[in-house]
Design a protein around this ligand. Sequence first.
Ligand code: UD1
Ligand code: MG
Length: 454
Amino acid sequence: MKTKALVLAAGQGTRMKSNGSKVLHKVLGKSLVEYPIIAAKGVGVEEICLIVGHKAEDVKAALGERVSYALQKEQLGTGHAVMQALDFMEDADEVIVLCGDTPLITKETLQTMLDFHREKQNAITVLSTLMEDPTGYGRIVRDANGNLLKIVEQKDATEEEKAINEINGGIYTFDGKLLKYALSKLDNNNVQNEYYLTDTIEILLNEGKRVDAIAIEASDDIAGVNSRIQLAGVTQVMKERINEKHMANGVTLVDPANTYIESDVVIGKDTIIEPGCMLQGNTVIGENCRIGYNSKLTNMTIKDNVDIEVSVLTDSFVDEGTHVGPFAYVRPNSHIGKNIKVGDFVEIKNANIGDGTKISHLTYIGDADVGEGVNFGCGTVVVNYDGQKKHRTTIGNHAFIGCNTNLVSPVVVEDNAYTAAGSTITRTVPENSLGIARAKQENKENWVLKKRQK
Ligand code: UD1
Ligand code: MG
């Protein structure tokens, strides 16, 4: 027996009013459909099949080979969607069915459903919950003894049925063989003329099979996203879950309501995250850092004791004890060493910066290898682009770059060399030398007085 998962993601999602696929809309960095996939993997499911239809090519391109796909050419209902994956399911399999638009589902809740399903040896287990306002969901209909009878869709429900608060979460576990059997019996005799997956319940009950619904308390877990308003609501819940995890781990979030941390981010203890920060992708932050207000870090590795203020950093590395900002921009493939100062209005791209270097203000360093203990004066520009190609510049240890120096790449400033302020350096400055490349000053005495006399 294998446990496999089907994720239904072929629907159009009309209410999103979007040109793209509904399930590719993002919640804190991941598309909606990635979350049920992760939850399924979390309970040990290895084979996952996504039912795609609307914008199928986009969905496949976004998710790649981590799942297999079955195409539902026409969206004739959730039961019809599952029929497209008959080849994916063996009789002996246990099949979990999830929806691509329920990102808050957790592996814990799936495990609760699986345990219940196995213990009761059910043919179908439905995940349900009690909702104050059940409008729009399928209702769980039970008899006087609490036995499940059927699921009835809102549109097909009687007034009495509409009053039921227990709703179908759209997440199920099936016995593979019985699922296939029930699918072969489905019809579309309902208000929407759709093949409802939920009708498999009545079909198998009529055959004397064991079918039940397990009501979970965490109703957030099965909240579906059908509109932008629900997308925002789900983002809010996701944000709270992530932020609470970090606070429990010893991270200070000054204002969790205004802190946006994506789910794969790792943060060490005693680090302080100030309001307005966005921490994205595979960012890993060490201990005892301060990520100052309104900073955005994407796929960054930040070691311990780093202090960042109002800055944007992407796909780079910052070592211990370094200070960045305010208003710095660190672009991809930069390696910034220990105890460095990257000050205001400094941009660094595809560069290595050695320990203890100071780049205090208004400087651009692109495509360069900078040694240790270098001092950059204000307004230095590494002129890395000649209009056609990028070139690399090398600056040795303890070099001193005067204010307003242009370093026209490729060029080398050797160890302990200086450049004079205002120089445009185009040739190597040898070790221990001063490179001056600017016009000599000439003073015209009494020039002003003569001009006034004219
Ligand atoms: C479905 C359930 C309902 C439940 C609700 C939970 C049925 C008949 N109803 O209703 O009982 O309370 O989910 O959210 O199953 N999809 C396809 N192909 C289709 C139709 C849908 O792939 O032909 C996908 C959608 O992309 C979506 C999921 O199936 O991810 C659910 O479809 P949706 O139309 O949202 O079903 P609901 O009306 O919400
Ligand atoms: Mg839905």
